[in-house]
Design a protein. Sequence first.
Length: 87
Amino acid sequence: MKLSTTLAVALGVGALAACNNSASEQTADNIEANAENTADAIEANGDAVAENVEANADNAADAVREAGENAADATRDGADADGNSAN
């Protein structure tokens, strides 16, 4: 859930809490809203971390492929025309 949506929900819950509720009901509503906001933030952070991990894995895989291609090209370039190279 986006931060703006989370804030809108929190404001809505806060407005409902102010509607003739007892102090303990308002406190309970605030606790619930805070817990929901915290949970949403944790999920958003988890999504961001997962995206970063995936991007890093993709970059590492690309680097391994490139290194393998370079090593293969170097081996091919070092071979004699008749294939009797020491490489």
